[in-house]
Design a protein around this ligand. Structure first.
Ligand code: UDP
Length: 247
């Protein structure tokens, strides 16, 4: 990887300049962080699993008509994507109360919501990714109103689809985080696409039968068995984890 130009190194991924114009390569690391970088560690093989789960999810969502930045998986840890201008928002969907929502409102985790919630956080580590209401987003010109509506519509469709997909393999999709970006298109200016990743690093999955957590909460909460949990999610999705071409 050393010959490629690093554009950005994040907590779980490195972004390299792509092999074609207007593309980037997402390289998935095994590094895991929690509580805004306070807790650090590694989950062996996580990068390979998250690369492959993201590939599967992005392909299925594009078949559903959701535009994404994903082009193709290049290797065990790398995928080629369209370069986009990331909108600095974390779009969070919740079906069941957990994590920060449980804490904020003093509700026990596990309460199934009457209807899903879509909420936004400002993507800013220094500020601790604060929850941001829609009127603040528009007043601060973080994105346009039509973009906000489109992100909510897409997130709702993605939630409906992925809830069913995970239910089919015995996993309850509790909540998840998405990021969107603007993809420049010569003719029509730009349009919104789903970007970043979808993996157990940024969603919560609970086993329907045992209630076991099958996501990054195993790491956040020192529950142990994180490698096995990530592997099990991949296995149930029919993903092969045989090493192909580790660079
Ligand atoms: N999430 C994420 N990145 C963040 C914050 C949240 O991927 O910076 C995901 C998290 O994994 C969970 C969902 O978004 O699936 C909702 O997270 P929550 O607001 O409950 O925060 P947390 O408890 O993770 O701090």
């Amino acid at each position: 990887m050393s010959d490629k130009e690093v554009l950005y190194e994040g907590k779980a991924k490195i972004l390299y300049k792509g092999t074609r114009p207007n593309t980037i390569i997402q390289y998935f690391k095994d590094d895991a962080t929690a509580f805004n970088n306070v807790k650090k560690g590694t989950i062996a093989g996580k990068g390979i699993i998250n690369n492959k789960i993201t590939e599967l999810v992005m392909i299925r969502l594009s078949q559903l008509g959701i535009p994404t930045h994903f082009i193709e998986r290049m290797s065990d840890r790398e995928q080629l994507c369209h370069e986009v201008e990331i909108i600095p928002l974390e779009v969070i969907a919740r079906n069941t109360v957990a994590g920060s929502m449980a804490k904020t409102f003093g509700i026990e985790e596990g309460l199934r919501l009457r209807r899903p919630i879509i909420e936004f956080s400002l993507k800013d580590d220094d500020l601790g990714d604060p929850l941001i209401p829609e009127n603040h987003i528009l007043a601060l010109e973080i994105c346009e109103q039509d973009e906000l509506i489109e992100m909510m519509d897409m997130t709702s469709q993605i939630n409906n689809f992925l809830r069913g997909m995970f239910a089919g393999i015995g996993l309850e999709l509790i909540d998840f985080k998405l990021e969107f970006g603007r993809l420049t298109d010569g003719e029509s200016g730009h349009f919104l696409v789903l970007a970043d990743e979808f993996s157990p690093d940024n969603c919560r999955l609970w086993d329907y039968e045992t209630g076991e957590k099958m996501d990054k909460d195993r790491f956040r909460r020192d529950l142990g068995g994180e490698v096995e949990a990530y592997q099990e999610v991949a296995r149930r999705l029919g993903i092969s984890l045989e090493v192909e071409d580790e660079e």
